[in-house]
Design a protein around this ligand. Structure first.
Ligand SMILES: [Zn+2]
Length: 60
């Protein structure tokens, strides 16, 4: 299900917070950087975590 989130602008940083828990001027809890509004598709129930291939910096 799509969920509104704020994600860190730093592509190397995986931090994100749910929009409903974010403050008006939310900054990244990990690197203190600026955050962007986004949508995250959260699976209803999924416990497995696959290691994902690294994205190239240039893709961002
Ligand atoms: Zn960050």
């Amino acid at each position: 299900m799509p969920t509104k989130i704020l994600k860190c602008r730093n592509p190397e940083c995986k931090a994100w917070v749910r929009d409903e828990f974010a403050t008006a001027e939310q900054s990244c809890p990990l690197c203190n950087g600026p955050m962007l509004r986004s949508i995250k598709h959260l699976p209803a129930v999924q416990n497995k975590v696959k290691p994902q291939p690294r994205k190239r910096k240039s893709e961002f």
